[in-house]
Design a binder for this molecule. Structure first.
Ligand code: P1T
Length: 380
């Protein structure tokens, strides 16, 4: 089945044997009757499993070319489950530019449990190997990265992971499986903040994991059930609805993203535009080979690196909404230094380029002309 058919039908056969409803019913129940202890019809308690969530988990697995999907109450809950595969003393090699909340979870929670994180530049994937020790267990890759839009070679990272018997997890939130499918490139785990493009309508907070390996799936399922950070049936239903238009939304996000990136590049007040579709992007070649297109996430800095100027611009936007998050049909703008990445110490974030004047855009699927007009009036 091709991807554009999978978004609609993947994992969704016979979702309602009772009445044949086209959409999976919302099983709004916490528990299920048993004829005798253990005598149930496949579900016993909704933390452990729920039919609406199960339909969604199959859809996630299908879209990411995996075998097993797991849905969580947020993207961070999904990441939390992955790190819980590890033990005190283990080490993780992570992308140095990543969502501030992921960094906070790693450093403020898991370092306290004795797990060590190396945050490194992976634009040259070979650099990963410099940090592998006998304690390394996991490579954590975000690509494109949030918010600097660095692109990391997943295949090259997977070769290093295989050579040293490490797990490779890829946060595929920015790209979505429409643009890139990490499991096909050798990753072991793909993770999503499904809150973003997968849901696509800014109405659900959710996380997802997809894997191919049965043993790994069982370990993650154990953690999902034991820790309990699951999503509810209503949210599962909304996510299933959102997924069905992923391919058409993404196509428009990419088209609009290209127009906006090119507009910004030609703007006299703008110093630099970060978008993997530019030939001048340091890893454009890798982006071109591992992604179908370049997405709708763009970051830029204005000349003079002035904090007040950046705040003025984001406050002046009228069609773009100033807000955390990304990936919805509506365009959003954010100021990473004070919003999504405020939990990363200034010296750390500035090393990767998250300076005070950086503005991040999540380009939506409105008419590109209106978005350009809005940027024009706001930047001045
Ligand atoms: O917000 P949540 O669903 O828990 O997902 C966390 C997360 C994980 N990974 C990436 C790449 C993300 O971008 C996020 C969430 N990011 C934002 C809220 C943001 O505005 O960048």
């Amino acid at each position: 089945m091709k991807f554009n058919t999978k978004t609609i039908h993947g994992g969704q056969h016979n979702v309602d044997p009772a009445y044949g409803s086209v959409m999976p019913p919302i099983y709004q129940t916490s528990t299920y009757s048993q004829s005798t202890p253990g005598g149930h019809k496949g579900f016993e308690y909704s933390r452990s499993g729920n039919p609406t969530r199960a339909a969604l988990e199959r859809a996630f697995a299908s879209l990411e070319s995996g075998e097993y999907g797991l849905a969580f109450g947020s993207g961070l809950a999904a990441i939390d489950a992955v790190i819980k595969l590890l033990n005190p003393g283990d080490e993780v090699i992570s992308t140095n530019d990543l969502y501030g909340g992921s960094y906070r979870l790693f450093t403020k929670i898991f370092e306290g449990f004795g797990i060590k994180f190396h945050f490194i530049g992976m634009e040259e994937a070979s650099n990963i190997e410099n940090f592998v020790t006998e304690k390394t267990k996991l490579i954590w890759v975000e690509t494109p990265t949030n918010p600097m839009m660095n692109v990391i070679d997943i295949k090259a990272a997977s070769e290093i992971a295989k050579k040293h018997n490490l797990l490779l997890a890829v946060d595929n939130t920015f790209a979505t499986p429409y643009l890139q499918r990490p499991l096909e490139l050798g990753a072991d785990i793909v993770m999503h903040s499904a809150t973003k493009y997968l849901g696509g309508h800014s109405d659900v907070v959710m996380g997802a994991l997809v894997v191919k390996d049965k043993d790994l799936a069982e370990r993650l399922y154990f953690i999902q059930n034991a820790s309990g950070a699951v999503c509810g049936p209503q949210d599962s239903f909304l996510m299933l609805r959102g997924l069905k238009t992923l391919h058409v939304r993404m196509q428009r996000h990419c088209e609009n993203g290209k127009k906006i990136a090119e507009y910004l590049l030609g703007h006299p007040k703008i110093e630099k535009v970060y978008w993997p579709g530019f030939e001048s992007h340091p890893n454009h070649k890798i982006a071109k080979s591992q992604m179908k297109d370049f997405g709708g996430m763009i970051s830029f800095v204005t000349k003079g690196n002035n904090y007040d100027e950046a705040i003025r611009i984001v406050e002046n936007l009228k069609v773009f909404t100033l807000a955390e998050s990304l990936g919805g049909v509506e365009s959003l703008a954010g100021h990473p230094a004070s919003m999504t990445h405020a939990s990363i110490p200034k010296e750390e974030r500035e090393k990767t380029g998250v300076v005070d004047s950086l503005i991040r855009l999540s380009v939506g699927i409105e008419d590109a002309d209106d978005l350009i007009e809005d940027l024009k009036q706001a930047i001045g």
